[in-house]
Design a protein around this ligand. Structure first.
Ligand SMILES: Cc1ncc(COP(=O)(O)O)c(C=O)c1O
Length: 374
């Protein structure tokens, strides 16, 4: 019933609105249930245009659960090393390309920061690969993000109050046609939204009736054991509910408010935490919207301790990501990714686009000063 109702509202004009936000000067846009399905469409589109099994390169600092549709696609996957500053290690990439060139190179804009788009474009042109900008941590294009890719993917479900939502943007008419042809061949079933709506209703009732529990401390020895991510949607396409809800966010000024709330929360949290021990926030240019506040620690043992201290103080702190098994198995080659995994702490104010940020911010002056930590 709800699906049918919101289906009426998700209009052609609404599609135009979402295109205006994410498509920019590109040729096509696909509304998916999750960003990870963009990899699968890109791989199959590429296989159509180039014929043969494509070889895809992902950064080694990447989440295994985000690869679920890639693993099923049958593509060859390789992991290139990133540096301590979360950029591709171009020397290592050039060495790897001598052995096998990529057909598709994935550049990640970690946590909403601008990655080296121009260098990635130069590398891809050099080796004859397509460039996919993974903007899953980016709310909407800004700065140099989405300027250089043949394909760009976004994950609006991370920013907006929607049960599902991924976007794939494609540049170039030939590639667009191949991806569109692949998309047409996929089952038309959409991700279901009704369970999410029901769960959210229960959560919001609970939030108003029960006291908020602080995040649980984690055993410091198991920094690596904490896995993230929810069960993936098998259906490829965005639910009508999410489409309608996204359109509504942009039609009103909700999207703007969400961006401002993220920015305010991030600025406050990073300035509070910067004074704590030897943690430092990773830098963000002023024109960007941070997905998370990320603190860099110098040492793994201290990172474990800080993680628990943050959590007992009520900050949602966690380490990211659940690294792919190939990366975990080669500690020498992927040492930076492994180190980043154990020394970067991702923090939020427990806000997931459900209005609690305002409540949280209201309590900050008393509860979130550096004094809390000492
Ligand atoms: C960098 C990155 N890319 C892609 C994805 C996949 O996004 P989605 O969950 O929308 O499929 C994730 C998931 O968290 C991610 O962190």
């Amino acid at each position: 019933m709800l699906e049918r109702l919101t289906g009426e509202v998700g209009s052609k004009n609404g599609n135009a609105l979402l295109r205006a936000v994410w498509q920019g000067d590109a040729d096509d846009l696909h509304l998916l249930s999750q960003a990870r399905h963009a990899f699968m469409l890109a791989i199959h589109g590429l296989a159509l245009s180039r014929r043969g099994v494509p070889c895809v390169w992902f950064p080694d600092y990447f989440c295994e659960s985000g690869l679920s549709s890639v693993r099923r696609s049958g593509a060859q996957v390789a992991f290139y090393p990133v540096t301590n500053s979360l950029t591709p290690d171009w020397n290592a990439c050039r060495e790897m390309a001598v052995r096998q060139r990529p057909d598709l190179f994935v550049l990640v804009h970690y946590f909403g920061r601008e990655a080296e788009g121009q260098n990635a474009r130069a590398f891809c042109d050099e080796v004859g690969a397509l460039l996919l900008e993974d903007a899953a941590h980016v709310m909407r294009p800004r700065g140099t993000i989405a300027r250089h890719g043949d394909l760009i993917c976004y994950s609006p479900n991370k920013f907006f109050p929607v049960p599902d939502g991924g976007i794939l943007v494609v540049r170039g008419s030939e590639l667009s046609q191949c991806v569109a042809k692949t998309a047409q061949g996929q089952p038309r079933a959409r991700a279901p939204a009704i369970h999410w709506v029901a769960k959210r209703l229960v959560r919001s009732i609970k939030r108003h009736m029960l006291p908020r529990k602080p995040p649980r401390p984690l055993p410091t020895t198991t920094l690596d054991a904490e896995l993230s991510g929810t069960a993936p949607f098998v259906q490829l396409w965005m639910s009508r509910f999410s489409r309608w809800r996204l359109e509504r966010s942009f039609r009103s000024n909700e999207a703007e408010q969400l961006a401002n709330a993220l920015l305010t929360g991030h600025r406050h949290l990073s300035s509070c935490l910067a004074g704590y021990g030897d943690m430092q926030p990773i830098g963000f240019a002023d024109h960007l919207i941070p997905y998370l506040t990320v603190m860099q620690c110098n040492d793994e043992t201290r990172a474990g301790r800080y993680l628990n201290e943050l959590r007992s103080a009520g900050v949602e702190a966690f380490t990211w990501p659940e690294l792919p098994p190939e990366v975990r198995a080669d500690q020498g080659r992927h040492r930076e990714a492994l180190r980043l995994r154990r020394t970067l702490l991702c923090c939020t104010l427990g806000w997931r686009g459900n209005g609690t940020l305002t409540e949280f911010l209201a309590t900050l002056p008393q509860n979130y000063t550096p004094d809390v930590w000492h």
